[in-house]
Design a binder for this molecule. Structure first.
Ligand code: HEM
Length: 107
């Protein structure tokens, strides 16, 4: 009978906090450069949706910059338990609207 092959797994979340690669690996820093993270995987199965995902995230952040002056947490935080993703399954927040952003859209 053949032996079971060993299981191999990549812990993206751990790799993305490798202190040998990232300065202050626990800090969320949008200006990080270089930023050799593995959130979209690596190699032949690199995420084909990464370009769309980056555009969507950039648009979201720009909309928040233009239309909100702040954000506050209104409910409990629930973390997901996964070796594939680091993230939250629940986080209720309330944005403080900035109406002056609407004026810029209207022209
Ligand atoms: C922030 C958003 C996203 C993250 C963090 C993410 C992450 C990943 C990761 C880590 C992989 C590699 C999985 C592996 O190594 O087996 C992957 C693969 C893939 N992703 Fe994404 N993804 C995102 C958004 C998207 C979007 C928007 C699409 C499609 C519209 C997409 C489609 C795919 C597909 C089809 C693969 C498989 C590629 C292959 O096996 O060759 N992803 N993604």
């Amino acid at each position: 009978m053949l032996e079971e092959p060993p299981a191999v797994t990549l812990w993206h979340a751990s790799g993305n906090r490798d202190e040998r690669v990232f300065d202050r690996p626990g800090t969320f820093d949008l200006g990080r450069t270089p930023n050799r993270h593995m959130a979209f995987g690596y190699g032949p199965h690199f995420c084909v949706g990464s370009y769309l995902a980056r555009v969507e995230i950039a648009e979201l952040l720009m909309a928040l910059r233009d239309f909100a002056t702040g954000i506050e947490q209104t409910g409990e935080t629930r973390r997901i338990r996964s070796n594939f993703l680091t993230g939250l399954s629940a986080l209720s927040v309330r944005f403080r609207p900035d109406d002056s952003g609407l004026k810029e859209v209207d022209g």
